[in-house]
Design a protein around this ligand. Structure first.
Ligand code: FES
Length: 50
């Protein structure tokens, strides 16, 4: 189980694949399809979470 704050709302997810990226979560599970991938290789920092 993972619990996190998403747009000031607590979300709990219990059935996510360990291979699911945050980008895919945002696009496919949270409906935020405007979210785009940056470099995709760990260089630009666009996918850094706070
Ligand atoms: S997309 Fe560039 S570091 Fe993640």
């Amino acid at each position: 189980m993972i619990r996190f704050l998403f747009n000031n709302e607590i979300r709990e997810e219990t059935d996510l694949s360990p291979n699911l990226t945050v980008l895919r979560y945002l696009r496919e599970k949270a409906g935020r399809c405007g979210t785009k991938e940056g470099c995709g290789s760990g260089d630009c920092g666009a996918c850094t979470l706070y």
